[in-house]
Design a protein around this ligand. Structure first.
Ligand SMILES: *Cc1c(COP(=O)(O)O)cnc(C)c1O
Length: 408
C-alpha cells in the first residue's frame, strides 16, 4: 500500500508499513543484524551526518523495526513512531524526551502500576515534580496545572478502574498551559481510539497487549503527532537504549494484521460478559466503559468505537471471595497482562498494582476486593460458563480448587 493512499483503518492494519520494501516480499523480512556495512567511508560519514539512504546500527534503526513503526504511526494518525523494548521503556523514553529537572508533570491517578511508581517515586529523584489527579475531573486537572507543567499524562480508560477521561478537553487544558498531552492508549488500541485525532501530542502503547495480541512479545511504542518532535525522541531512545529488536518487531507487525478482527471480537465478548456479571448476585459492582452504568459512558461512546476487552468488578465476599474465584477458574488463566487472544483474570491489589502502595490504591479507587478480567476471543458462552462455576466456588457453593486438587 503506498503511503499516499487513504484507506480505512482495517485496511491499514493489514497493509500498513510495508510500502518501502525491496524485492516486494509480502511481509517484511527479519533483518537479524546488529550492524550494517557502509558502501564507502563517505557513505558512512553521510549516514552519521543524517543524510543519504541506509542504516548504521540496529539501536539507531533497522528495516524490520522501521516497518512496524510506519504501520503504527499510520494507524494512530501520527507523523512517526518509535518501537521500544517494553511499554515502560516507551513511557520512560517519553519522559526523558519531554522533561528535565525543575519541570512538573500531571498524571492520571488510575494508571498502570509501574507508571505510577515511575512518575511518583522515580521522577522526583531527578528533580521532576509530579501530581496525580483524577483526570476524568476536568476542574481537578485544571487546578493541578502549574507554570512549569510540561506534560499532562492521561491513561484512558485507566487501569484497572476503567475511569474514562475526555481527550479533547484534557488536550485543551494541556495546550492552554503550554504542556503536551501524552496518552497511554494501550487499553483501546488505535482501532477503538485515536488520541491524536482528539488533540493528543504523543501516544504510547504497551505493544505487549493488543497490538501484538498473542502473549509472546514484550514491547512498547511511542507515536509523535508532530514531525518536529521526532528528532528529540529518536535521540533520547538512541541514548536510553530501550529499543525493540527485529524479531519482536516482525511478530508485532504480524499481530497487527488481525488487530481489527480481534478488537471486534474482544468488544463483543466483553460487553456480553460485563452484562452477565452485572446480573450476577455474587457481584457487587461492574466497571466496563460501554455499560450504561459506567460513570463516563457518554464520553467513551463519543471518543471510542468500542468498550475494549477489560472489565473490573467487585465481589460481595471481598478479598476472600476473589481469592476463591481466582483459584477456581479453569478456562480463564490466572495471570497478569491483558490484550491477548486468551482470557486472563487477576487481582490488582496483590498483583499489578501492589507496588503502588495501599494509600495510592485507595486514592485511585482500587479496592482490595477488585478482580480484573481481560476478555479473550474465545467463545463468550464458554468464558461465561467458566466464570459461572468460579463464582459459585467464590460463594462457597462448590469445593475450592477441585480441578487443581484432582490434577495433583
Ligand atoms: C502493560 C501496560 C504498560 C506497560 O507495558 P510493558 O510492555 O509491560 O512494559 C503500560 N501501560 C498500560 C496501560 C499497560 O497495560
Amino acid at each position: 500500500m503506498s503511503s499516499d493512499m487513504h484507506m480505512a483503518i482495517d485496511t491499514i492494519a493489514v497493509h500498513g508499513g510495508i510500502d518501502k520494501l525491496q524485492f516486494l516480499p509480502a511481509v517484511p523480512p527479519i533483518y537479524q543484524t546488529s550492524t550494517f556495512g557502509f558502501e564507502s567511508a563517505e557513505h558512512g560519514a553521510q549516514l552519521f551526518a543524517g543524510r543519504g539512504e541506509g542504516y548504521i546500527y540496529t539501536r539507531m534503526g533497522n528495516p524490520t523495526v522501521d516497518a512496524v513503526e510506519r504501520a503504527i504511526a499510520t494507524l494512530e494518525g501520527g507523523a512517526r513512531a518509535l518501537a521500544c523494548g517494553s511499554g515502560m521503556a516507551a513511557i520512560h523514553t517519553t519522559f526523558g524526551a519531554l522533561l528535565k529537572a525543575g519541570d512538573h508533570i500531571v498524571c492520571s491517578e488510575a494508571v498502570y502500576g509501574p507508571t505510577c511508581t515511575l512518575v511518583t517515586k522515580f521522577l522526583p529523584t531527578y528533580g521532576i515534580e509530579a501530581t496525580t489527579v483524577d483526570t476524568s475531573d476536568l476542574d481537578a486537572v485544571r487546578a493541578a496545572m502549574r507554570p512549569n507543567t510540561k506534560v499532562l499524562y492521561v491513561e484512558t480508560p485507566g487501569n484497572p478502574t476503567l475511569v474514562v477521561s475526555d481527550l479533547a478537553e484534557t488536550a485543551r487544558i494541556a495546550h492552554e498551559a503550554g504542556a503536551k498531552l501524552v496518552v497511554d492508549n494501550t487499553f483501546m488500541s488505535p482501532i477503538l481510539q485515536q488520541p491524536i485525532r482528539h488533540g493528543a501530542d504523543i501516544v504510547v502503547h504497551s505493544l505487549t497487549k493488543f497490538l501484538n495480541g498473542h502473549a509472546d512479545v514484550v514491547g512498547g511504542v511511542i507515536v509523535v503527532k508532530d514531525e518536529n518532535d521526532y528528532p528529540q525522541f529518536r535521540k533520547t531512545l538512541n541514548h536510553f537504549g530501550g529499543v525493540l529488536p527485529p524479531f519482536e518487531s516482525f511478530l508485532v507487525h504480524r499481530g497487527i494484521k488481525t488487530l481489527s478482527l480481534r478488537m471486534a471480537r474482544h468488544c463483543e465478548n466483553a460487553l456480553k460478559i460485563a452484562e452477565y456479571l452485572e446480573g450476577h448476585d455474587q457481584v457487587e459492582w461492574v466497571r466496563y466503559p460501554w455499560l450504561k452504568s459506567h460513570p463516563q459512558y457518554e464520553i467513551s461512546r463519543k471518543q471510542c468505537t468500542g468498550g475494549g476487552a477489560v472489565i473490573s468488578f467487585g465481589l460481595r465476599g471481598g478479598v476472600e471471595a476473589g481469592r476463591r474465584m481466582m483459584n477456581a477458574v479453569k478456562l480463564c488463566m490466572l495471570a497478569v497482562s491483558l490484550g491477548g487472544v486468551e482470557t486472563l483474570i487477576q487481582h490488582p491489589a496483590s498483583m499489578t498494582h501492589a507496588s503502588m502502595g495501599a494509600e495510592a490504591r485507595k486514592k485511585a479507587g482500587i479496592d482490595d476486593g477488585m478482580v480484573r478480567i481481560s476478555v479473550g476471543i474465545e467463545d463468550a458462552d464458554d468464558i461465561i460458563a467458566d466464570l459461572d462455576q468460579a463464582l459459585a466456588a467464590a460463594a462457597g457453593k462448590t469445593a475450592e480448587c477441585a480441578s487443581h486438587v484432582a490434577a495433583t
